[in-house]
Design a binder for this molecule. Sequence first.
Ligand code: GAP
Length: 466
Amino acid sequence: MAAQNMDQLVSLCKRRGFIFGGSEIYGGLQGTFDYGPLGVELKNNLKKLWWQHNVYERDDMEGIDCAILMNRRVWQYSGHEETFVDPLVDCKTCKGRFRADKLQDGTCLKHPKMHPGECEGELTEPRAFNMMFKTAVGPLADPESFAYLRPETAQGIFVNFKNVVDSTNRKIPFGIAQIGKSFRNEITPRNFIFRVREFEQMEIEYFVRPGEDEAVHEQWIEDHVNFWVNEVGLKRENLNLYEVPAAELAHYSKRTVDLMYKFPIGWEELEGIANRTDYDLGSHSREQSKLGLTATVKENEHSTEKLTYFDQPNNKHIVPYVIEPSAGVDRGVLAALCEAYDEETLENGEVRTVLRLKPSLSPIKVAVLPLKKNADEIVTLAKRIKNELQASGEMRSVYDDSAGIGKLYRRQDEIGTPFCVTVDFDSLGRGDDVSQKDTVTIRDRDTMQQHRIPIAELATYVRSRI
Ligand code: GAP
């Protein structure tokens, strides 16, 4: 059974070292989280799977890694300075500030069991609040040094479109992928790592000829449903496609389909797949009005670089259309945790918590446990096996003798380790069954089944299963 409420996950994540509140020892900083020793492994594994699927396994993709700080004009001409806003209301009684379109996510400061507007407090008229974080670049805070932290990674890709085309000789259709941090001053950060102020995105801008955009959009939707199901292990019935209504579309979008996941808080967006048309490349290109293209820009105020593309087969300059699959890394981690979380009642009535993560996502692949921690030879052999597994570079392994075997199994189950290996006297050829020399017991996390396997075959076996 997947996680039924967020508290189960928050507690496990803190207890086992996946995710901690940001700046906790100073009372925290709302909307920020830190990934602990296991969390960083899980997050890196998700990003690795995404990069593998979207960049390495395709012939039409390049990667990029752009600066978080960008020239302010990027955000003026992308439309974010004017339109990247949420409607904000204040409560005249409790002085709380809330998102007008998400009042159900807010809590009255005087009556914590009520949402804003349900109590006696009067709310102000909504006003637009721009969500970009502001900063100053350099020692002087003046208009020249004013900059924003990026609220999406996408713009770094757009402003480098020409650099990538020129340096790689790519022809459309092709795409550019990026994974990196984004920042949004959310009015109501909420629900653990679901809505935060600092998060990571995995974005693709895929460039196509105008007219080819709608079919390619459909392909990316299908491909990314498959990614979340086959690679990350989300159940298909826990994913839904949501056609964003015209009135809710972002300023750049002609059509957006959101992949919704059934989180414990309800169906919420995991990834947005948008048809951004020629809006961004057009906006960043001062030449666009001369070309008679569709994006709305003010002539002569734009980037001096033409972000057009010479389409050889058709012998003309065009501004490509863009399909953008854009997913949140943190929401992906949260979805994977929700899906994997299970509380299983055993035959003896005990309940074991187990994270049934896909082995490729698991922070630790193998735990090597000595059956007797006071027997030097067992400990030596267990440590040697752990080092050999780790030396392959493919599987993070740990050695643990800090508790009895039952407790060690429970700990590894709870953090999603797919395999536990135990070393005993039989492994040394000094047990009841001498034929078991140079073998160990391997235990499967999900079935709890155990079997003996020659030490020499261990790495190959685990590799084949992860
Ligand atoms: N470039 C397009 C774009 O940024 P978006 O729908 O605003 O589109 C894409 O964001 C994804 O980024 C979302 O589907 C979500 O997974 C993630 N995301 C957005 N805001 C977030 C936040 N405050 N906290 C965590 N993840 C967020």
